[in-house]
Design a protein around this ligand. Structure first.
Ligand code: ZN
Length: 147
């Protein structure tokens, strides 16, 4: 069984998870961290880059910063969406103050901006704060993942 490649967001190791294990709380074979934790994981520039080019499960990244009011307001909505989509998509947060390079490279001008990656390419992006239900609908619509 081929499975789907997922980069561990904690240690950066590439894991291969069988389709039927995606919903079963798979863990990283190297560090034991949950691969699909159902909550947003803070990533650095290096982990983000590796996951964005490797992950075969939709990776939803919230580009944010601590000084950005709308970003902070959206954080619980993003977390709720991550929980709602556990096993079907991964949610990560990239602090653009600590790690400005990825956003600059991607041409992101305003935050919050959410970007969906899958299979090494950008699937979609949207700027501005959203409610959790809007985030879930958007990710489902862009990735054709079934509810
Ligand atoms: Zn790991």
């Amino acid at each position: 069984m081929a499975g789907r490649k997922l980069v561990c967001l904690e240690c950066g190791q590439v894991n291969r998870v069988p389709e039927d294990r995606l919903g079963g709380a798979p863990k990283c074979g190297t560090c034991g961290a949950a691969l699909l934790p159902g909550k947003p994981v803070e990533v650095d520039a290096q982990t983000y880059a590796k996951a964005a080019r490797t992950d075969e499960v939709p990776l939803v990244v919230d580009f944010w910063a601590p000084w950005c009011g709308p970003c902070r307001a959206m954080a619980p909505q993003f977390a709720a969406a991550a929980q709602a989509m556990q096993g079907r998509a991964r949610f990560a947060k990239l602090n653009t103050e600590d790690h400005p390079e990825p956003g600059a490279r991607a041409g992101i001008r305003g935050i919050p901006t959410m970007v969906i990656h899958r299979g090494g390419r950008e699937v979609a992006r949207v700027s501005g704060a959203r409610a959790s239900s809007q985030i879930v609908d958007w990710v489902r619509g862009q990735t054709a993942e079934k509810a």
